[in-house]
Write a protein that binds this ligand. Structure first.
Ligand code: GTP
Length: 519
């Protein structure tokens, strides 16, 4: 910029190209310097940018402006040493996503040993670790040592009393984020419920407890939506700044990727599937709004918010950009925490919207069309990589009679319980969807027929061990049948119609007596 400023003609009738490129450089510096902690440098650059802008709008480079530009640009390095201590030392907010690899530990307080064993067993079958207590005293001592991930406590004569709930309320108030708490009571009296709410309860069940429904509530508390890191795509030609944003977002547990070559934008979108796009506005070859419009040409990315990250503060120009495409403006310079919270809230909302649109409302699993698409993707990948993969079609046995005997709501509980069980037992890389009413479809990459059968048999047995609460408090059990189709390394590229094959095997499982897996 210094060289370009020195070469500006004295008293030019029209604005030379160099003033325009200097304006662009100053604009970029004004936006990025503050982000790196050089607030004063950013302010000086912004003032000089305004001088250049005035010349451009008058289409005339007057001597006074030329002098201001030349002197100002030569003085810029001076401001480089005037680093703003405040910003870089600003603490980056704690990671906004928590890794989920270990299974969750649930502490259970239940004075009845039989009920404690049944509750533990059910939660174990859903993949949770459990720690059982029969007195509040022992639970309290354990809580002093380590905190579980959630608490299930019985109140009343058979468990914790009012003072105990007060103790839990006190404990919860000391925690940054309260523990999920589920309360079990003898009946649904108001006093117990209000007491439970004051202790931070997120679930309240009366005896006899519908354990799969309790598990469903627990799972809701853990909110699996938050467990996968948010994915953010950064499009900025200023590589230093882009890397800085990438580092800030990564430090908070998000996955960030930088688009260096805008012509690769669509490929990177398809490959990375971001939940938020951060888009620079002024780039040399393609402007941010142009690239945002390209993204919006494809309905696949409609759910992904595009945030312009720009030094542009002029409301009219911001509006013009937003009218073309894009969702909001983040104004540079931006502090690390402001960047994180803005991106986080946008990503969270985008994920919720996406989830609500693609997921089945009863089970939270992928809907029919989406799981079918996943099967196609995974089978194609398996063929390409010459890796094994399996497809499993799972159907609850005699489900019509569950509805007929216990009502539709109880039937829904059974469907939800199986969905949760499958979700807990399958791996993260497996894809799972609700294929129809009481029918589920899963695709298991890198898993041959024998392994898939073993996993499904284990889940089948765990499902059959569950006791559901039916009409008038009666309890009943359910089972499912499953059909598996698979391709191994050798046949990976030969497999045709995996769904039809799995369906034929499911039919055979039903015909052979149900409660079985046919591979
Ligand atoms: N509660 C509830 N029931 C559903 C839902 N979707 C479908 N159903 C019911 O599921 C039942 C499926 O019954 P069928 O296809 O005859 O099969 P089945 O009784 O499970 O018998 P088999 O599959 O042969 O073991 C029907 O009664 C549907 O009304 C749902 O979302 N909730």
């Amino acid at each position: 910029m210094q060289l370009a400023a020195d070469q500006l003609p004295i008293d030019a009738d029209t604005v030379p190209e160099d003033v325009i490129s200097l304006r662009n450089g100053l604009h970029k510096l004004a936006g990025s310097a503050g982000t790196f902690g050089f607030t004063d440098l950013g302010l000086q650059a912004r003032k000089l940018e305004q001088v250049a802008k005035n010349c451009i709008s008058q289409n005339y480079l007057d001597p006074a402006s030329r002098q201001r530009l030349v002197r100002g640009i030569h003085a810029l390095p001076h401001w480089l040493f005037d680093i703003d201590d405040e910003q870089p030392s600003e603490r980056i907010v704690s990671p906004l996503t928590e890794p989920l690899s270990r299974s969750k530990l649930i502490a259970i307080l239940e004075t009845d040993k039989m009920l404690l064993a049944a509750t533990s067993q059910t939660l174990n079958s859903f993949g949770y670790q459990t720690q059982g207590f029969t007195t509040f005293k022992t639970l309290r001592e354990a809580l002093k040592q380590t905190l579980p991930d959630a608490l299930v406590v019985a109140v009343g004569q058979k468990g914790i009393d009012r003072a105990g709930l007060d103790y839990l309320a006190g404990l919860q108030s000391q925690l940054e984020s309260p523990l999920p708490l589920i309360v079990i009571s003898e009946d649904d009296n108001f006093a117990d419920q209000i007491q439970a709410v004051r202790a931070g309860a997120q679930g309240f069940f009366t005896r006899p407890v519908d354990l799969p429904a309790l598990e469903n509530r627990l799972e809701g508390c853990f909110n699996s939506l938050q467990n996968e890191p948010f994915r953010v795509l950064i499009v900025d030609d200023d590589l230093d700044l882009a890397r800085r944003f990438e580092a800030v977002l990564s430090s908070a547990g998000m996955l960030a990727e930088v688009v260096i070559e805008p012509t690769q934008l669509l490929q990177q979108l398809a490959h990375f599937t971001p939940e938020v796009v951060l888009m620079d506005v002024n780039m040399p070859e393609y402007s941010g709004p142009e690239l945002a419009q390209v993204i919006r040409l494809n309905d696949d990315w409609l759910r992904v918010p595009i945030l312009y990250i720009s030094a542009e503060t002029d409301a009219t120009r911001q509006m013009q950009a937003l009218m073309k495409a894009g969702d909001d403006f983040i104004t540079k310079p931006i502090s690390d925490n402001a960047l994180l919270t803005t991106v986080y809230s946008r990503a969270q909302r985008a994920r919720r919207v996406s989830h609500a649109l693609a997921r089945d409302s009863l089970t939270g699993l992928l809907k029919h069309a989406d799981i079918k698409e996943q099967v196609a993707i995974e089978m194609e990948r398996a063929a390409r990589m010459r890796r094994p993969a399996s497809v499993a079609m799972i159907d609850i046995d005699h489900f019509k009679s569950v509805n007929d005997q216990h009502g539709h709501a109880v039937g829904d509980n059974v469907i939800r319980a199986l969905a949760n069980l499958l979700r807990q037992r399958l791996r993260k890389i497996d894809r799972l969807g609700r294929y129809g009413g009481e029918e589920f479809l899963a695709v298991l990459p890198d898993c041959d027929a024998a392994d898939a059968k073993a996993i499904l048999d284990e889940i089948r047995s765990a499902f059959h061990d569950l006791y559901f609460t039916g009409a008038a408090g009666s309890s009943f059990q359910c089972s499912f049948s499953a059909g598996i189709s698979a391709c191994n390394q050798q046949s990976a590229w030969q497999i045709v119609e995996p769904l039809e094959k799995a369906d034929a095997h499911l039919y055979k499982a039903k015909k052979d007596g149900r409660n079985r897996v046919v591979a």
